[in-house]
Design a protein around this ligand. Sequence first.
Ligand SMILES: *Cc1c(COP(=O)(O)O)cnc(C)c1O
Length: 340
Amino acid sequence: MIDLRSDTVTKPDERMREAARTAEVGDDVYGEDPTVSELEARAADAVGTEAALFVPTGTMGNQIAARVHTEPGREILAERESHVVKYELGGFAQHSSAQVRMLDGGERGIPTPAQVEDAIVEESLHRPGTGLLCLENTHNAKGGVAIAPDEIAAVADVARERDVPVHLDGARVFNAAVALDVPVTDLTEPVDSVMFCLSKGLGAPVGSMLAGSEGFVGAARRVRKLFGGGMRQAGVIAAPGRRALENVDDLERDHENARRLAAGLADVDGFDVREPETNILRVDVAGTGLEPAAVLDRLRERGVLASEMGATAIRFCTHRDVTDAEIERALEEIDAAMAG
Ligand SMILES: *Cc1c(COP(=O)(O)O)cnc(C)c1O
């Protein structure tokens, strides 16, 4: 099977397994796991923050951020197709007692400064007050859109001028940086906190990082405990995560593969292919006359896995465990599947 469902399917390579095997460990809830501490220091350094916290999942990282930044009853501004709105089970309501005000970020999933300005409400006898603005980069549901530093800064500045903190769901923020050819710090500098995943394109088996100021990360450490995410000899999983941080430059190859896949699929009858900006390729299949699920079945029969993306589209996601040759083979198989 050529698995293009997600970059989360990557498996730890030999170096990661060896790093896990030989990791020095301690009880991280006591702050005594040197491997976790080193990963946290390196991650903070990578995104240009004072500190960072190792968390089991990206979802937990986002949820901790909301809990730290807001108070119960506040509003959180988030893009309507964002992961925090669509795929985190209403966590902001459940864990932070917050109300979400959704903004329509259009084709690229980024609200305008005017939209943010209009959506911010001051606390009063009648109004809840805005507690947080949450942005996403790359934007997953819009098809791995890489949002540029000036676009992030423009909306973040509006919020921060009104004393509203900004959290970046940067699950794939390194994909954005590589695609835009900018230092990742250009994308993280305008915000107060950032979460990024080690377990996606970077290839680690588990883990994400939540980064921000010393004060923020101190508070986040306490909320991680509250959410049941205090881990003991976590160096065993932090060690592959540290290796994953060295894989950033390899993301360019995934992006090239996504472009090659896009170029090849453009010739398939009924496929409307969106030019990929990073490693996610969105293909509208309405023109085939088939439901996305039926298209996926046909591909599966030929050994290619992809996933559904909305009512009429499917998604291919390239990653470090698919070779260039497998991309070529996937193209041939998809061609055959759709011709048949
Ligand atoms: C994958 C993802 C997350 C959550 O990460 P998990 O580790 O799966 O919980 C959050 N935001 C975005 C944009 C993602 O793609």
